[in-house]
Every structure is written in C-alpha cells, then in structure tokens.
Write a protein that binds this ligand. Sequence first.
Ligand SMILES: [Zn+2]
Length: 249
Amino acid sequence: MYDSSQIDSYITDGNKYITEGYRKCKTVNDCLKSLFYWHNMLLDIWTSIFTILHAFATLIIFNNYDIPFICLFLVAIIHAPPSIGYHLFGCSGMSYESFLYWQRLDYSMIFFSSIFLNIALGYYILSPVTLAINVLLILFLWLYIQKTIMLNRTPHMRLYEISILVTLYFIPVYYQMYHSYMSHTFFYGVGMILSLLFGAIVYAIQWPECKIKNFVLNSHAIMHICINLAYLCEHRFILEAYKQVNKYS
Ligand SMILES: [Zn+2]
C-alpha cells in the first residue's frame, strides 16, 4: 500500500485528505486481487457490487415486473458496473488513460441511468405528457454532459451538475409529497432527500477524513452507502405509489 506522496496525483481525484491506502496495480489481475484486501477504494467497490445484488434481490423478492420496477432495476444495472470499473480499475494506479476512461463512463452513466430513475419515480405520479417533458429535460442534461465530458471537472463542479440532475429527477417526488402530505410516499420521499443530502454534504466537505485520519470509511464510501439507502427508499416509494394506483383502479 502507498501514501499520497508515492502515487500520481490524479488518483486522489481532488481529495487531499485521503493520504494513505493507495494501490499501484500493474495488471487487471492485480486489480481483481484488490477486491480482497483493505485499501481506500474497497468500500466504494463493494457498495456498488451490493447495489447490483440488491437490485436483483428486490426485483425477485417483490416479484413485480411493472415498468417502474424494471426501470429502477435498470438504474442499478446501468450505473453500478461503471462505478465498480472506476474504483476497481480506474483508481488502481494502472494508467491515467484507464482512470479517465472509467471516470468519464461512471460520470456519464450517473446521468443516463437517471432517465430510468425518473420514469420509475414518475410513472404512477405524473401524467404521461409531464413525465415525457421531465424525461426530456434529463436527456438534454445527459447530452450536455456527453458533449463536455472531455473537460476535467473538480469535485465541486460535479456536485453542482449532479444537484441539477437530482432536482430534475425528483420532480415526481416533490409533486407526490405535496399532494399526499404525511402519507407513506411522503416519508419515503423524505428518506430519499435526507440520504442524498447527507451523502452530498459528506462528499463536499470530505468528512470524516478531513478530521480523522482514515482511509477505509471515507466520504466517497459514505456517499455510496447513502445512494444505496436512497435506492431502498426509491423502491418503497414506487411500491406505495403502485399500491395507491391499483387500489383505485
Ligand atoms: Zn464512486
């Protein structure tokens, strides 16, 4: 394991507080071996693997194959593999090209998978026309990201762009929370907002590594855990919306 003075600076990805736990993998095999020892990307990788397992489990356990449930499943299947690739291969120290490739793919897929998240959240809530407009707005944002993907982004620029994205895909959630105050969907909406907000704040202030020397449970890993918690709330939100629709039809 290496400290930040022994690695190329790009691997730190703008986080100067994580000073140790870096890898210098030479081959894909070295990267794969790093699934099984402690380093500063270990939880990032495993939380994304968990996302995929969780998506399969919820689909199978709830046995509901309506469009929103399939879309929510696709969100995990589209975004988690590039995230695993970025943390497992991109940040392994193999090469700068590999880092850029995986970082751009990971970033692009956050936006692309959000199209499906928006359909999942809005399907039972918004009218088809409103949902289509909402989806188009996210599609345009993704196209903008694709066009500007070659530009290097600081963590704060990413946070700014992702905040716009979350605001857009949350439109059905705000709408539902406003119209069914204190209902089940309301509380799952609160759950989504709080987990994503907490994840964003932790990521922005780079806590806890800014206060406590720690490389395993770092801000990025906590942000991943928050995304998984939000996913859980998103699934419950859709399930409650589904129950409401089917009760009255
Ligand atoms: Zn990540």
